[in-house]
Design a protein around this ligand. Structure first.
Ligand code: ACO
Length: 329
């Protein structure tokens, strides 16, 4: 059913920290090679936050740029939704830190859906705008994963990077463009595949949790790989079906950037040519909640998306979670 107010993305922003970490740098830190990382993942470089630079520091820069692009002031923002799994603190929310740094006066909250964070948060922002409750919502994905990575564990430390992206979601001015549909999924029975097990109420921080490295990100990589391909394929099909269209109608697919091989497998299953899939995992690695929004930002900046295009954002991640949004540009 057509909502009363259609939601659209009015301005985008991204912020990537300055510090570059190449595969060759990682060769000096753990038993790995540039060749292994490139052939297994497609990743060549990633960027790492400075010591003391938190998720809200990265996020607020992305928000400032998104507001500038939308030609809106912070005082016009009515709600801030931040997707992150690497918050400044367990509480208060990173969204509150961003609200204060921006100088906005509005509601603010965090949500955690791991790498599906941005498409999840965008669906929530869409709901607020469609319902008429708010007209201007800032949706942010920001991560400082480097703070939760075991830099001695070669199976995870080569995969991730830090960064942030933001979108200003407002009422669409025309009847054609905007977010046409969103689709969310989860399967908590597979929570163990991807998690930071320590530091929460299940395993409160203690000498044992620190010694056991439970405060670091843990992943069963090959299992996640299989689920990722299956769920992204299904989420794309579902979201485009909800809009009454087919996979062949997609002009640009913006997937979560975890691994180039996952994206090739998804393209194969969906029978979408690789030219229609935007990929920047080689530059940034996996930035979890920030990946899809930074990819969308880069795709727009590089002129890969034009007015009227059907764009699909799709992601999967810890939870497990998966999500997709269909946006008519
Ligand atoms: N350098 C060299 N060798 C390595 C490295 C490394 N950095 N890491 C692992 N290896 C070794 C392993 O020890 C193993 O050696 P063995 O055969 O002697 O035991 C061998 O390489 C193969 O390991 P696999 O884990 O089977 O390698 P695989 O081909 O599956 O690639 C990878 C691993 C890249 C992690 C892949 O499984 C993957 O991308 N999985 C999906 C991860 C993902 O998408 N996560 C996203 C979600 S993140 C989120 O939600 C926060």
């Amino acid at each position: 059913m057509r909502p009363v107010h259609r939601a659209t993305l009015r301005g985008l922003g991204a912020y990537i920290p300055k510090k570059l970490l190449t595969n060759f740098d990682l060769e000096k830190m753990v038993d790995t090679t540039d060749e292994w990382i490139r052939t297994r993942t497609g990743i060549e470089t990633r960027y790492i936050a400075e010591k003391g630079q938190s998720a809200s520091d990265l996020g607020v820069e992305a928000c400032r740029q998104a507001l500038e692009n939308a030609k809106l002031k912070a005082s016009e923002v009515e709600l801030i939704i931040v997707a992150t799994i690497t918050p400044d603190m367990l509480f208060p929310s990173t969204a509150c830190y961003i609200q204060n740094k921006l100088g906005a006066k509005c509601g603010a909250f965090d949500m955690a859906a791991a790498c599906s964070g941005f498409p999840y948060a965008l669906a929530v922002g869409q709901g607020f705008v469609e319902s008429g409750m708010y007209q201007t919502v800032l949706v942010v994905g920001t991560e400082v994963l480097s703070s939760f990575i075991d830099w001695k564990d070669r199976s995870t430390c080569v995969l991730f990077g830090d960064g942030a992206g933001a979108a200003v979601v407002t009422r669409s001015q025309d009847d054609q463009s905007g977010i046409l549909s969103s689709y969310l999924g989860s399967d908590g029975s597979q929570a163990g595949l991807l998690q930071i097990p320590g530091g929460g109420s299940m395993n409160p921080p203690s000498e044992e949790t620190i010694k056991g490295g439970l405060h670091f990100l843990k992943m069963q990589g090959s299992e996640v790989f299989k689920v990722a391909v299956r769920t992204m394929d299904a989420a794309v099909r579902e979201v485009i079906k909800q809009s009454g269209m087919g996979v062949q109608d997609i002009d640009c697919l913006i997937p979560h950037q975890a691994n180039l091989r996952i994206l090739q497998a998804v393209a194969h299953r969906l029978e979408i040519p690789m030219e229609k899939i935007f990929i920047n995992v080689m530059r940034y690695g996996n930035m979890s909640s920030a990946s899809t929004i930074v990819a969308l930002y880069d795709a727009v900046k590089m002129g890969k998306i034009k007015k009227g295009d059907d764009v699909v954002l799709v992601a999967f991640g810890g939870g497990l979670t998966w999500a997709a949004n269909h946006i008519r540009w």
